[in-house]
Design a protein around this ligand. Sequence first.
Ligand SMILES: *Cc1c(COP(=O)(O)O)cnc(C)c1O
Length: 850
Amino acid sequence: MRAIRRFIVQPVLPEPLRPLAELARNLRWSWHEPTREVFRAVDPDLWAAVGSDPLKLLSQVSPERLDTLAGDRRFVRNLEIVREDLHDYLTGDRWYQAFAAGHAEAPAAIGYFSAEFGISKVLPQYSGGLGILAGDHLKAASDVGAPIVGVGLLYHHGYFIQSLNASGWQQERYPLLDPNELPVSLLHDDAGAVVIEVEIRGVLTKAQVWVAQVGRVPLLLLDTNLEDNPERERLITDKLYGGGSSHRLAQEVLLGVGGVRAIRAYCRITGHAAPEVFHANEGHAVFLGLERIREFMTTGDDFDAAVEKSRAGMLFTTHTPVPAGIDRFSKDQVREQFQSFAPLPIDRIIELGAETYPGGDPNVYNMAVVGLRLGQRANGVSKLHGEVSRQMFQGLWPGFDSSEVPITSVTNGVHARTWVHPELREVLESPLETDENVVDGWDWKALDRIDDTTVWTLKRQMRGQMIIMARERLAKSAAARGMNADWVATALNPHTLTIGFARRGASYKRLTLMLSQPDRLKALLNHPTTPIQIVIAGKAHPADDIGKGLIQQMVQFSDSEDVRGKLVFLPDYDMSLARPLYPGCDVWLNNPLRPMEACGTSGMKAAINGAFNLSIRDGWWDEWYDSAFGWAIPSAETIGNQAERDAAEAESLYEIIEREIIPMFYTRDANGVPAEWVKMMRATIAGLGPKVMATRMVRDYVEQLYAPAAAAAVKVLADDTAAQLAQWKTKVRAAWPGVVVTRIESHLPDIVEVGSTNEFDAWVRLNGLDACDVAVELVSGEVDASDELRNVRITRFERPGETGEDGAVLFRVRATSQTPGLVGYTVRVVPSHPLLASRSEMGLAAVAAL
Ligand SMILES: *Cc1c(COP(=O)(O)O)cnc(C)c1O
């Protein structure tokens, strides 16, 4: 017989143990070692058996054990201390409070929307890097006290669990999660559970809201699995990235539109400050802008003014430099969805997603383009990715150099307390907040004070613990595949140079590049004195047969007799695999097709565990590569032929391993320590630690994007500023086709010397605009053979007041030549208004065509 409903009977905790329930409900336990120690002490065997899940632990621990603990004075006293520490953590002033004291514009709250969040393996609501990043963003925001409210969906099957069949083909399982067993609680008011309503595909769909507490940060997760909903609507939140495009669109409407409504309910009930800034983490979340426009229109604004109000406080982060990775729908589909999203005019909604640039598809609704139009601010996730994004979307800003495209970058980071191995963390964590070497409680130079042998022994322990985890997983996998598992007991060696490679099975990541010369690889794996071993993991998207094929190729290679136990594939890459994996590796390999890796964070997690990156200079590694931290595989981007490019890059990969990595690892001093290697471990942790921390990333977001966005929002929300700005933009757009540079006079001598100053006059027909509505700019820079300007420098013209006979207005500038060489220039007119965040914002430029 099947049960029709399930519920959990909570154990009654004896009074002195009540704080355990509170500790279990705040996910801070997942990165706070003293709290984990408390749970472990409740019942060490059970803690291991339930996979370090406090709620499971508390629901299964025996009443006798609880009674014993209630009488254990040491346990109870320690529990009190840890509970008090949590209270201090939740209430004390932190970096953000000091920042806000000096910056009136610091927002009172920020809504952070993401389709996935990777916080802990007990809340499996993520597929890969994007989700882990979002989880680390919330954790770091909590650490620095940034008032973020996270918004996502609660997927009843999460993302899939990966296993392999006998032939190495990926198998997917979607076990049902019961929210009652997850560390979340239903948002409710006095009348009961709060229900949000959103019209999705023409059906008024209800959603309840679960709240997970991530330290100081609440995370709201919407869930349509309600009996009141029709079957199809109940299934909207079934799986992460499952189903076809109609299903995905439904999820994204729920996330964006429903997410704003959930925040409103949350703030109403809890008294939490309303967000002034809304951050869409990737295109999945950008419909939040439509809901905010609707809110403003409902209180009296017209569409254009509402757009201005919503835009000023909205930030869009793009995460992919691969056009195929961008979320797109058909226009018809979106039109149908938002047909009755009153009072927004449907045609304006459709215009927002139109690919109005050369090569754009007229039938497509592009979510990144929506994000760029609805967010006054936008960013990529590493310097290189910012650059690539500016080029990729340059078509939306014709007349501007790609460097002027208003997409900036904030390089991703990782949450150190989640990702640094516990024993290494003991060394690196410092109680001295004020020491100059200490950043957010971490002393990244602490290894300098520890001798070589101790550092090396610690690394071997980390490798050994990873191997124990790997053998458990290999044994399970071999059994599931019906294979002999005798070899597993001796798989991997704690003394062998260990290379790690784990990531989603996206094809640009080139999982199988290392197999391009199989015999050469086998020789390295089987070397009698200086061998390497390789640990591999990764999931392919369920619909990606090419990715699954690559995994199968890798698994079949690892199955062969002469490789088995030396190159291993560990199924089901998730946080519980990842956390011990990075510390257990000596070298972290990454060989994407440059520049397709937007940032990549696994290499950062490896680095703060003393592993060196061996990577193509892509994403973050392009920015922070240094030979003291690892090796750069030369990227053969200039080779057009994919197979040749792969071969060239693979050749470099082998050479670096053979000539540099292996000799350094196996050159030992009298104590058996590779002194050069240990020195490089110290340099890597000290050099990269402070940079890759997620707290650094969150501070960057606050200072460079959240605070300016909040300031812009305050201005636009004042009185009828938004309406005036909207009217001004309409006027400028209407006049723009008639704005022309009619004449330029340069008073250049035959020979221009560096340092000389020259005068330029430009006559501009303003077509009814005022001179103060525009900026006239001298754009100068290096020129190539086709006269394309590069590395442009912009100098603004002044208006001396004269108007010519033809009605054109005179602008004049004096510019100094700064660098020798061939220089070109042009003159252009751009809109100018104090509320524009950049000169390129409107995508309008009248460039001289004389
Ligand atoms: C860090 C991490 C990722 C992302 O790694 P990339 O380097 O961005 O590919 C994916 N999955 C898990 C489980 C991770 O911990």
